[in-house]
Design a protein around this ligand. Structure first.
Ligand code: CMC
Length: 392
């Protein structure tokens, strides 16, 4: 143990080499495979970016058509899986359902364990497409509505919104502004190098666990309120502020109090020491979407006021605490009609290509090894065993 260096929370440990995402937390730069994330969000479809993350290059038109066809082909889940939804308790959190269902995919497609990289496109398309279907079905089941099946003629994001909101009594009108906003948000969540859930996927994958089981573990990690669960926590915080009369200052003061465990959800980041570049785009997308849909949301006003107030305060400035990707995304989801407990599922949907890319990178790398950190032991030294009857 003399050689072990303690790095609690892996603040400074590089666990791998990676060519997927470049992140400069000091300058607020984020690139996927060399492309600026805001440019991708502006000019690409989520499916193109998923292809880019997994394969390393933007698809040609032919490659994109092929990949989109596969997404269409694999969009259904096995009908037997639909019965799973009936056995979860009525208030089961959709993240728990999602990680269980994704793990269960490996029982339906056991061939992925044998030669996973042989048919990568199918495996990836299956996962991207089925997770979208599982997410939408889980919502429909939770409200007791009939399932809406995926359609061949719709894009990835339009299909998701349609599966979520179409109903026999009220056909859903697919608005291009809604599709565009969702597309952007998913792209911005696409990858973020060695974050907690991605590291989890890599750790589990390093034991040579199949893609679906590895990603199921990543989904569980993402659920936490310090990670992807923050998007739900932000909106719950903003609702509490709104319902309590709008006094956001009280919450900012509470977050500064060293004796309180309360933190401003959606603020701060392990790596960014400046404004999260994703949050900047998401904030603008939020304004654009609300304007296009001609709706206003008092929570957006509170969020903006809270941000302005906090960013004048030395506590936040000295610690480099700025809004992160989760601060405004929930307001977009609300405007789209997505319920709070589905917000982190939306994050998972966006992060899927990144998780897949990291799992693949690990499997492709002949140098990769089993992840197995060490520790600094702080327990008792050797002790003499005491038989049960002699213990006091
Ligand atoms: N509100 C108030 N104080 C904060 C916050 C916050 N949101 N975040 C950090 N601090 C303070 C913290 O108390 C500490 O102060 P001091 O030095 O006086 O003890 C200092 O800032 C450093 O915090 P830390 O906990 O050592 O930093 P970390 O890198 O371990 O934590 C974090 C990063 C994201 C977990 C943390 O900022 C946090 O809890 N934020 C709120 C939850 C959140 O928004 N999570 C989403 C992260 S971005 C998307 C994602 O990865 O999923």
């Amino acid at each position: 143990t003399g050689l072990v260096t303690l790095d609690s929370g892996y603040m400074n440990t590089g666990a791998c080499t990676s060519s997927i995402t470049y992140l400069d937390g000091e300058r607020g730069v984020l690139r996927y495979r060399g492309y600026a994330v805001d440019e991708l969000a502006d000019k690409c479809s989520f499916v193109e970016v998923a292809y880019l993350l997994v394969h390393g290059t933007l698809p040609t038109r032919r490659q994109l058509t092929h990949f989109s066809r596969l997404l269409g082909r694999y969009a259904l889940i096995h009908e037997d899986m639909i019965h799973f939804f009936d056995r979860f308790p009525p208030h089961a959190h959709p993240m728990a359902i999602l990680s269980s269902m994704v793990n269960a995919l490996s029982t339906f497609y056991p061939e992925i364990t044998e030669n996973p990289l042989e048919n990568l496109d199918c495996m990836v398309a299956r996962l991207l497409s089925k997770v979208r279907t599982i997410a939408a079905f889980s919502y429909k089941k939770s409200i007791g509505h009939p399932l809406v099946y995926p359609r061949h003629d719709l894009s990835y994001c339009a299909n998701f919104l349609n599966m979520m909101f179409d109903s026999p009594v009220q056909p859903y009108e697919i608005r291009p502004e809604a599709v565009a906003a969702l597309n952007k948000v998913l792209i911005l969540h696409g990858d973020h190098e060695q974050n907690c859930s991605t590291s989890t996927v890599r750790i589990v994958g390093s034991a040579r666990v199949n893609l679906y089981a590895s990603i199921s573990a990543g989904i569980s990690a993402l659920w936490g309120p310090l990670h992807g669960g923050a998007n739900q926590a932000v909106v719950e915080m903003l609702e509490r502020i709104y319902n309590g009369g709008g006094d956001f200052r009280k919450y900012v003061e509470m977050a500064k109090d060293p004796s309180s465990l309360f933190r401003l959800s959606g603020f701060g980041h392990r790596v960014y020491k400046t404004y999260d570049p994703r949050a900047r785009v998401i904030k603008k997308t939020c304004d654009d979407l609300l304007e296009a849909l001609n709706v206003s949301d008092p929570l957006l006003d509170i969020a903006k006021e809270l941000e302005e107030y906090a960013l004048k305060d030395d506590y936040f400035l000295e610690r480099n605490l700025y809004p992160n990707v989760d601060f405004y995304s929930g307001i977009i989801y609300r405007a789209l009609g997505i319920p709070k407990n589905m917000f982190t599922v939306m994050f998972a949907l966006g992060r899927l290509p990144g998780w897949i890319a990291h799992w693949k990178e690990l499997w492709d790398d002949p140098e990769s090894r089993l992840y197995r950190p060490r520790q600094i032991y702080t327990g008792p030294g050797a002790r003499e065993f005491v038989p049960l009857d002699d213990r006091v």
